[in-house]
Design a protein around this ligand. Structure first.
Ligand code: NAD
Length: 431
């Protein structure tokens, strides 16, 4: 039977790992549900004078290894189940990369595209007011996620400092550089994934010059990744955003796509205005428009889902042409798809490893916030590479030792580290 909700999909992967690790009933019980499930309704005054309210969540899954850590998503479909799954993934992720955090996630069910800058600020500050007792540099440290930006992090820090009458740069990460942000945080998620991919293709004696890549999602993670890959000689054949995608066998230039996306709001902006496209120009440039569904099935060597979850499913997994899937998005592949991809020998580098660069540099930002230091670009990049490649090699060792897929290996490693911390703290007995 198909696993339906994001949290059910997480539980499937968790149970597989718990089985291998032979955990006790108490250990299993503690891992199957978040420690805190916080829900509020946020009210703001809209620009037209009317009141509006939005459901908001902060879900704290586990803090055995350190303070809760995880982003805040603004999206019309951000609901309790999705945020719960994302919180749980964060705990496994921080354990896989070995940074001293637990896992949490937040969300506001809203469509930020319909909010003015003033309304967005009001809503972001309301979030902090609603959850302030549960946040703090040693308690729970939020960060950006889909549709949340450094500017939003700055408003949230400012609100928190006002409410608590404190100086608290380490209460949130992903802040603007001028407001105690870290160098390299904006590119960290993609950069971490890029380091892993480079190590992987070197290990398989492949040459980036012969590899075609498709990237779904052209935001913080996806656009940075497309640029890094293009710069390293890969051929980026397709990219997309929520409006759809663009494909060219010859390869596309992400820099030019980004320029038009900024101008028109869409990756197809160079050729199309809404659904009306300049077909002559497209023919000349040998590009064509593709839907997000078609994009996933395009001929390529590497597929990088960098948008939302649940896009590679039991329905399309058998049609995927890529040999490697690098999950920059959280939860893009369902367990049904995983089974099919494994049988087809398609390598999936899972979210809890592939996109862990973001939380790793968030950790660096947190330590800088606490010490007052400002690291250089080189320092951030060097330490990110060290942390992410150590995690990759740890996971790869499990893959080879147990002859299992990367996701299962990463979950075994992450869950084992969380349980070790729970045992040391005395939450569960040692044997
Ligand atoms: P973002 O808001 O910057 O960008 C999201 C992109 O996805 C946009 O280009 C948007 O147009 C596109 N998109 C939205 N709906 C889509 C759809 N249905 N089909 C195709 N594209 C669609 O967000 P982001 O920070 O880049 O996050 C993207 C993914 O990466 C999320 O799953 C997020 O949880 C994950 N992630 C991000 C970070 C980070 O540091 N930014 C860290 C870890 C994981």
């Amino acid at each position: 039977m198909a696993t339906k909700t994001p949290y059910q999909r997480f539980i499937k992967n968790l149970k597989d790992a718990m089985e291998v690790l032979k955990l006790s009933p108490m250990e299993k019980k503690l891992l199957l549900e978040p420690q805190h499930n916080l829900k509020k309704s946020l009210s703001i005054k809209r620009d037209d004078g009317k009141n509006a309210s939005f459901p908001a969540f902060r879900i704290q899954y586990n803090n055995a290894r350190g303070p809760y850590k995880g982003g805040i998503r603004y999206h019309p479909e951000a609901d309790e189940d999705e945020v719960k799954a994302l919180a749980a993934l964060m705990a496994v992720k921080t354990a896989v990369v070995g940074i001293p955090f637990g896992g949490a996630k937040g969300g506001i069910q809203c469509d930020p595209k319909t909010l003015s800058a003033r309304e967005l600020q009001e809503l972001s500050r309301a979030y902090v007011r609603a959850f302030k007792e549960h946040l703090g540099p040693d308690i729970d440290i939020p960060a950006p996620d889909v549709n949340t930006t450094p500017a939003i992090m700055a408003w949230m820090r400012d609100e928190y400092e006002k409410l608590t009458r404190s100086y608290a740069p380490a209460m949130i990460t992903g802040k603007p550089l001028s407001y105690d942000g870290s160098r390299g945080r904006d590119t960290a998620t993609a950069r971490g994934g890029f380091f892993i991919l480079q190590e992987l293709i070197e290990g398989e004696a492949l040459d980036s010059k012969n590899l075609r890549v498709v990237v779904q999602g052209f935001g913080n993670a996806g656009a940075t990744m497309a640029n890094l890959l293009h710069g390293a000689g890969y051929t980026v054949v397709a990219v997309s955003d929520s409006h759809g995608g663009i494909y060219s066998e010859d390869g596309i230039d992400p820099v030019s796509i980004e320029k038009y996306k900024k101008k028109t709001g869409s990756v197809t902006g160079q050729y199309c205005k809404g659904s009306v496209c300049d077909t002559e120009k497209m023919k000349l440039d040998r590009v064509r428009q593709v839907s997000n569904e078609q994009l996933l099935e395009l001929p390529c060597d590497i597929l990088v889902p960098a948008a939302l979850d649940n896009v590679i499913t039991g329905k399309n997994a058998s049609k995927i042409k890529a040999k490697i899937i690098l999950e920059l998005a959280n939860g893009p592949t369902t367990p049904e798809a995983d089974d099919i991809l494994q049988k087809r020998k398609i390598k999936v580098i899972p979210d809890v490893l592939a996109n862990a660069g973001g939380v790793t540099v968030s950790y660096f930002e947190w330590t800088q916030g606490r010490s007052g230091e400002q690291w250089t670009d080189d320092q951030v990049d060097r330490d990110l590479k060290r942390v992410i490649l150590t995690a990759y090699k740890d996971v790869r060792r499990e893959v080879h030792r147990r002859k299992i897929p990367y996701r299962q290996a990463a979950f075994i490693l992450g869950v084992k580290r969380i349980v070790e911390a729970m045992r040391v703290r005395g939450w569960v007995s040692n044997g």
